[in-house]
Ligand binder design. Structure first.
Ligand SMILES: [Zn+2]
Length: 161
């Protein structure tokens, strides 16, 4: 959490914990430079949500409807940012050596949510396929289906997994 707080300070953000509606893990309010984290998160959920909201702050994402932008693209950017912030490639490789491709076990080992592990794989899969055109390389990282957080009404509200 320390490097996340440092990043948050660098971005000039305030971070508070507050009761949020069921299923909502966190929010980012761009005009207030404010990250809200739900009080009912586990340690892994809080770290993962915090990193995701930092991604929204880093890219300056604002309230859907109040500014233009593709919401799915913003969620993808925030997930990529969180995955990069929380999982070093060497740590992922070491975890996969122990646990194979079992997402839950890797997530537990790395102290993040399974969604972050899936986001990390998705990110690297895209990077690798951009880097290598040969189909031999397309199965380097196994990618599972990955649902972006839903919710149209709330401001970058993160839902369970
Ligand atoms: Zn989000």
């Amino acid at each position: 959490m320390e490097h996340l707080m440092e990043r948050s300070d660098q971005l000039g953000l305030t971070v508070i914990r507050r009761a949020l509606p069921p299923g909502i893990r966190g929010e980012y309010w761009h005009e207030k430079k404010l990250i809200v984290l739900s009080v009912s998160l586990t340690g892994r959920q809080e770290k993962s949500t915090f990193a995701h909201e930092l991604g929204h702050a880093h890219y300056g994402h604002c309230v859907p409807g109040a500014c233009r932008g593709d919401r799915n693209r913003q969620e993808l950017q925030a997930n990529d940012y969180a995955a990069k912030l929380l999982i070093a490639p060497g740590d992922y490789a070491a975890a996969e050596k122990i646990y194979g491709t079992h997402t839950e076990s890797i997530a537990y080992h790395l102290g993040v949510t399974p969604a972050i592990v899936r986001a990390w794989r998705s990110l690297w899969k895209r990077r690798l396929s951009a880097q290598f055109s040969s189909p031999r390389h397309s199965d380097v990282v196994r990618v599972e289906s990955f649902a972006l957080p839903g919710g149209q009404n709330r401001n970058h509200a993160e839902r369970a997994n």
